[in-house]
Structures are given as structure tokens and as C-alpha cells.
Write a protein that binds this ligand. Structure first.
Ligand code: C2E
Ligand code: CA
Ligand code: CA
Length: 705
């Protein structure tokens, strides 16, 4: 109100002529076309600008309604709008935009606002103000055109694109609909954008999109989407803030990388797995061990690595079709895997080497029991094309300590232990003791004491007679080593393994052979002795692998001056030693035969000789292991094994000696089964040479009094 008063106050200061000048100036200089129109649309008055605009047609202005100049398509709309003037209470109409014919016969886009001045009796007309907005209109058109083009681009893009506003999807192009498994946008309209993201990736997505939701920028991220039918889709997605329908939204540009991801995953799998067995390969295994070591350092738990190598696989593989070799590897992989928990890693290092990682092993896990389980897993032969293959493993076991930092360290330890297992005759496990490199401190002390004992001449040879139970006469003796220490007689059970590992068994074996033959030479002159008298000496696996063995035996035999009609040297080799490398064994045994030395297979029944090899080994006798003799007359299984062994030996024309016979019952049962060559406490314990002389020269009572 106050403003109005002020206005009229100012106006009131202008004189009438001043006002007329001002009015003429304004209407003559404004670019707007100002006109006073009658209610039927004819021009009563027009501004100078109007005349300049319409040039020479000004004459027609006053006679014809201005509507003629309006584009036919727009005319009705304009007429409609103007017909309201006077009908409605409002005084201002428009702005109405329409096309107007220019003097150059082009269409201009104009915008007209009309003021109803009909209730002013002095004027009683309509004031129209028309502005040429052609240039602005063209700009708008172009914008719409480019938006349209953009929309078409988005619409037809093979890349999925979508727009969301306040977490809800408001637009999705056909590619996006296809990706998500929707047939129309309506299906998605109720969906929150986050519901389409895989639950595990939602947090990641929220964090990544936060800046975009606030109008900022983001880097493309890789996430998983869930299609409407719950398929996982790997996508790379970027959000761009846009104005959509006049409000802020986010445009999503999506790239389906599921195929790439799968191809990449397949490649990664190939890079980390052995194609034959599908087991993890070395790279993956080393990585798992490294991870496990890190965890174990935190949790103070320990990890165990076992390395298993198939014994003599090269021979098996070379002698067979390679596809059979492959099948054997696959079968071995399965057997090994079955020994461990699913959380343990069983890997193949290539060739015939398998490695196992036992993660987070508790205090109670005994390394020995793991090794045992592995060895036993191949007790049953592997059958391929109805053909049984007897496979064995040499296993090295190592465990981590606080000082184990690198995966390679523990793997190297397991490898070294595995090689020990091979040296010791295969089909066994060896545990690497971290604290002392290999053996426990006690073992090391024992080894050095044994070394000194050998030098000081503390070794003794004891002899146990082998008796023909039908006659009660000794047919020979077995030489068994003893170690005479200050505090008493040490049993081979304690020091032979140390001698094996340290290599001391080689000089011990050489000494025993010489000592046994020295005694044998003396016995040749005994009148009441069975001729030829058999003197048996044990050969350890390590000795058997020693390349100088044949020469050593030859030297000692020749040096002993034995009369082969009176004395027969028998070398006892365990079944597993022979089976470790059967081909090589055949060659060595033949060399012994050539120098007049016989062979007995020791601990028979505990190994896994195939009949094929037994036929090839030039041996004289087999010694049934004591473990099967114990149960005779009681244990059905033992009886069955002993029966089978005797049958096999008979078929192959081999002598059978039963070891560890302690009771009359065992003796009886053995003779019923057809074995009458007996060694055991029943007749005599192993005793020194001077004592055994009294046993081998007499007839022994067969039934206990
Ligand atoms: P082995 O070759 O199987 O020797 C037989 C073992 O059974 C001997 O144990 C012997 O004392 C024992 N034995 C014999 N009859 C009976 C019996 O009726 N009852 C029981 N309970 N045991 C009986 P020993 O002398 O303690 O030798 C153990 C192992 O040490 C031998 O087993 C052999 O593998 C090894 N060994 C002994 N002397 C030598 C040697 O000079 N060189 C090598 N390389 N190994 C040896
Ligand atoms: Ca023996
Ligand atoms: Ca034996």
C-alpha cells in the first residue's frame, strides 16, 4: 500500500506532457511489440516497434484481426486464450507462445501477454505485449533435440544403463532390463536399487555410491548384482549424478563382466591347479602354507607339512602305458585326500610328489599317526583295468615352530625327511625334528656314542640257531649284532635305526659279515655240524643301496677262505628293501648268487611283493615274520597268512623259515602247515659264538619236557 502511494506520489510530480514524451520514448524504443487491441482482435494502436517489425503491412493492422498472422496450428490455442478475456476475473493472460508470420514470411516464435483494460472506460481495450523469443526457442528446441538424441542413444545402447532417484529405480534401458531379467521397467519400479546388489557387496556399493548420491564423483567399482531370478552377475558400474525430470538422480552405466570374470577365474584355476588330479599345484600350496604360517604365529598353533613321494614311480610309469600311470596318480591323489580333513590342503607338486598341509593342528595330532595313515592308505593295491598295482609312499613330515618364517623352510624340511624315508628303504615315514635338524638331541648323542663304541670295539656278534624241527639239528645260525656298552647290552632295536640314518650301518654291516664268517671258518672244523652249515647275515636297506656292497661282500667272502662245501653264506634282505627297486634288486641278487652267496627274504609277509617279482628274485628261502607266528593256533588271520606264505614258497620252490617261534603250540601248528625250519626262543635265544657252538653240535629236544 505504501508503495502504491509512493508511486502515485512520483507520477503525480510529472506533467501531462512529460508523461506523453516518456510514453512515446518507451513505446518507441522497446523491442517488444505493444498494441492496443479491440475485443474482436483488431489493432487500435501499435507501438513504433510494431510498425518497424511489420513494415508496410501496417495498413492491414487496423482492418484485419491480428490472428491471421498466427500459425494455423497455434491459432486456435491463442484465440481460445484471448476469448477468456473479459470472461474471467483475472486481468493478465498469458504469456502464450505461438508462431507469428514475419514480413520475410518466416515463422517467428513469440510470447504474448495480454492485459484486460476493458473495465477502464477511457481505454476499453486489450493491451498486448509481444516479445520475439525465436532465438531462445531455437536454443530450447536444440536442447530438446539433443536430449532426445541422448535418450535414443541410452535407449539403444548395448550397455545397460539405469537411473535412480532416492534409491529407487526410475529408468532402465532395455539392456539393463535384460541384464536383470526384467521384461519391463514396471517390474523394477518398486525395487530399491540396493536390493539388486548381492548381499555381500552391499556395503561396498553403499560406500562407493555415497559421494555420487551427494552429487560428487566415483570410480567404477566391481560388484555382483542379483538378477530377478537370483543369478549372480558380475558387473563394473559407475554412477554419474544427473538431473532427471528436473530432480537430482544418479545415472548408472553398467558393464556385464560375468564372462570375463569366469574366464579369469578359469585361468586362475588353471594357474593354481594340477590339470591331471585337480589338486592345488605348488604355487597355490606355497601360498596356503604362507597364509597358515601367518595365522599360526598369531594363534600359536602349529602347522604340519607332509611330503609323500610314490616309491619307484618312474619304473611303474615307464613299464606301463602312460595313461595307466596317470590313472595311478589320480587314484593315489584320492587315497591321500581321503586321509585328511577337508580343511587340509592336499596338493601335487608335479611328477609323483604330493604335499599335504595340516593347518591349525592341535596338540593331540601325532605326526606319526598322520604318517601311518598315509602309508596305510595304499595298503590295498590300486586296481586299474582289473590289474592290481602295488604302490607305496615314502613320506617326510615337518612341523612349524616359532622360528619357521617361510613356507619354503617347512616344505624343505618335509622334503629332506622324505629323502631319509627313501634312504631307509622306502614305504615309511620320517619325521623331521626342527629342534636339531633331524634327530632329537638324544638320538644325536646315541649316534656319537655308537661311533665311539664301534671304534672302541664294543660291537658283538650273537648267533641264533635255525633248527630243523623234524631232526632237532641246527642247519645254520643267524648273526645278530649287539652293542656291549658299559652299562649293559644294547638291543639292535634302539641303535640300528640310528645306524641306518647316520650311515654307520655300513661299517657295522661290514664288521658283522667279517665277524660271522670268521666264526663260520672256525665251525668248519667242528665234527658234529650240519653241512653245508648256513650262516645268515642281515643286510640293511641302506647297505643294499650302497653301490660298493657287491665288492665289499666279495672281498670279505674271498678273504674268509670259506670252504663252500662246509659253509654257506646267506644274506637276509627284507621284502620292502627288495621291493623298493625290484629291477635293481634282481641284478644285485644275481651278482651274489654268482659268487656263491644265497639270499633269504627277511620279514616275509610284511611287504607287498607281487608274485611276478618273487619269481624273478633269485632267492633260496623266505623267513615268515614273527608277527604272524605269534597268533598261530589262535588267530585265524595269522593262520591264513602263514598258510598262504607257505603255499607261495612251495610253488616257487623256496625254503620257509619261521621266525620267533616261542611255544610248542606254534611249533606244532607250523609243522602241520608244512614248515619245519624254525628259529626262535623255543630252541635258543641269540647267544655269543662260544655258547651257540654247544647248541649247533647237538640234537635238540623237540618236545618240551
Ligand atoms: P631280524 O632280522 O628279524 O632278527 C630277528 C629278531 O627276532 C632278533 O632280534 C631276534 O633276537 C628276535 N627273535 C628271535 N627269536 C625270537 C623269539 O622267539 N621271540 C622274540 N620275541 N624275538 C625273537 P634282535 O637281535 O633284537 O634284532 C632285531 C632286528 O635288528 C633284526 O630283526 C634285524 O632287522 C636287525 N639286526 C640285528 N642284527 C643286525 C645286523 O647285524 N645287521 C643289520 N643290518 N640288522 C641287524
Ligand atoms: Ca634277519
Ligand atoms: Ca626277520
Amino acid at each position: 500500500m505504501e508503495n502504491d502511494n509512493e508511486m502515485s506520489h512520483i507520477e503525480g510530480r510529472l506533467t501531462h506532457s512529460q508523461k506523453a514524451v516518456l510514453w512515446g520514448f518507451l513505446t518507441g524504443n522497446t523491442p517488444d511489440l505493444i498494441a492496443l487491441l479491440s475485443l474482436d482482435g483488431r489493432v487500435i494502436w501499435a507501438s513504433q516497434s510494431s510498425f518497424e517489425f511489420f513494415k508496410d503491412i501496417s495498413e492491414s493492422f487496423t482492418t484485419q484481426p491480428v490472428f491471421d498472422k498466427i500459425h494455423p496450428e497455434d491459432r486456435n490455442r491463442v484465440v481460445m486464450e484471448f476469448s477468456k478475456i473479459g470472461q474471467e476475473t483475472k486481468k493478465v493472460f498469458g504469456p502464450v507462445s505461438f508462431r507469428l508470420l514475419s514480413p520475410e514470411s518466416t515463422w517467428l516464435t513469440v510470447e504474448t501477454t495480454a492485459y484486460d483494460l476493458t473495465d477502464n472506460p477511457e481505454i476499453n481495450a486489450i493491451l498486448s505485449v509481444t516479445r520475439d523469443v525465436t532465438s531462445r526457442h531455437v536454443a530450447l528446441l536444440e536442447l530438446a533435440e539433443s536430449e532426445g538424441r541422448y535418450r535414443r542413444l541410452v535407449e539403444r545402447s548395448p550397455e545397460p544403463m539405469a537411473v535412480y532417484k532416492e534409491s529407487s529405480i526410475v529408468y532402465a534401458n532395455p539392456a539393463a532390463l535384460r541384464l536383470i531379467g526384467a521384461t519391463s521397467l514396471d517390474q523394477l519400479k518398486q525395487t530399491l536399487i540396493i536390493d539388486l546388489v548381492h548381499p555381500d557387496d552391499r556395503e561396498l556399493a553403499n560406500i562407493a555410491f555415497e559421494p555420487v548420491d551427494k552429487g560428487g564423483e566415483m570410480h567404477p567399482i566391481e560388484i555382483r548384482l542379483l538378477s530377478l531370478d537370483a543369478q549372480v552377475i558380475h558387473v563394473e558400474v559407475i554412477g554419474i549424478p544427473i538431473v532427471y525430470d528436473g530432480e537430482p538422480g544418479v545415472q548408472l552405466v553398467i558393464r556385464d563382466i560375468t564372462d570375463t570374470k569366469q574366464a579369469k577365474a578359469a585361468l586362475e584355476y588353471q594357474a593354481l591347479h594340477d590339470p591331471l588330479t585337480g589338486l592345488p599345484n605348488r604355487a597355490l600350496f606355497v601360498d596356503r602354507v604362507s597364509q597358515a604360517l601367518l595365522r599360526s604365529q598369531k594363534s600359536k598353533s602349529r602347522i604340519i607339512v607332509l611330503l609323500a613321494d610314490i616309491d619307484r614311480f618312474k619304473i611303474i610309469n615307464d613299464s606301463l602305458n602312460h595313461s595307466v600311470g596317470d590313472q595311478i596318480l589320480v587314484a593315489v591323489a584320492q587315497r591321500i585326500k581321503a586321509c585328511f580333513r577337508p580343511s587340509d590342503t592336499v596338493a601335487r607338486f608335479g611328477g609323483d610328489e604330493f604335499v599335504i598341509l595340516c593347518d591349525e593342528a592341535d596338540e593331540l595330532t601325532s605326526l606319526g599317526s598322520l604318517g601311518d595313515r598315509l602309508i596305510k592308505s595304499l595298503d590295498e593295491p590300486i586296481v586299474i583295468n582289473n590289474e592290481p598295482y602295488h604302490i607305496s609312499l615314502s613320506v617326510g613330515i615337518a612341523e612349524s615352530t616359532e622360528r619357521t618364517l617361510l613356507a619354503d623352510d617347512i616344505i624343505r624340511n618335509a622334503d629332506a625327511a622324505m629323502n631319509r624315508a627313501k634312504d631307509r628303504g622306502r614305504r615309511r615315514y620320517v619325521i623331521m625334528d626342527e629342534t636339531s635338524g633331524f634327530e632329537s638331541a638324544g638320538r644325536l648323542q646315541l649316534e656319537s656314542a655308537l661311533r665311539q663304541g664301534i671304534n672302541k670295539g664294543e660291537l658283538r656278534a650273537h648267533f641264533q640257531p635255525v633248527v630243523d624241527a623234524t631232526t632237532g639239528r641246527a642247519i645254520g645260525v643267524e648273526a645278530l649284532v649287539r652293542w656291549q656298552r658299559e652299562h649293559g647290552l644294547e638291543s639292535p632295536a634302539t641303535f640300528i635305526p640310528v645306524a641306518e640314518d647316520s650311515g654307520l650301518i655300513v661299517p657295522i654291516g661290514t664288521w658283522m659279515l667279517a665277524e660271522a664268517l670268521r666264526n663260520a671258518k672256525e665251525w668248519e672244523s667242528l665234527p658234529d655240524i650240519k653241512k653245508p652249515f648256513k650262516v645268515s647275515v642281515n643286510l640293511s636297506p641302506r647297505q643294499f643301496l650302497d653301490t660298493s656292497l657287491i665288492d665289499t661282500v666279495k672281498d670279505i667272502v674271498e678273504g674268509s677262505n670259506l670252504d663252500f662245501t662246509k659253509t654257506r653264506l646267506v644274506l637276509e634282505v627284507t621284502e620292502s628293501t627288495l621291493m623298493a627297486d625290484p629291477e635293481e634288486a634282481v641284478t644285485i641278487l644275481k651278482a651274489f648268487n654268482d659268487m656263491g652267496v644265497s639270499i633269504a627274504i627277511d620279514d616275509f609277509g610284511t611287504g607287498y611283493s607281487s608274485f611276478t617279482y618273487l619269481k624273478k628274485f633269485p632267492v633260496e628261502s623266505v623267513k615268515i615274520d614273527r608277527s604272524f607266528i605269534i597268533g598261530l593256533g589262535q588267530d585265524k588271520d595269522d593262520e591264513a597268512i602263514v598258510t598262504a606264505v607257505i603255499q607261495v614258497a612251495n610253488t616257487l620252490k623256496l625254503d620257509v623259515i619261521a621266525e620267533g617261534v616261542e611255544t610248542e603250540q606254534q611249533l606244532k601248528r607250523l609243522s602241520e602247515l608244512g614248515c619245519s625250519t624254525i628259529q626262535g626262543f623255543y630252541f635258543s635265544r641269540p647267544v655269543p659264538a662260544n655258547v651257540v657252538e654247544d647248541v649247533i653240535t647237538v640234537t635238540l629236544p623237540i618236545e618240551e619236557q
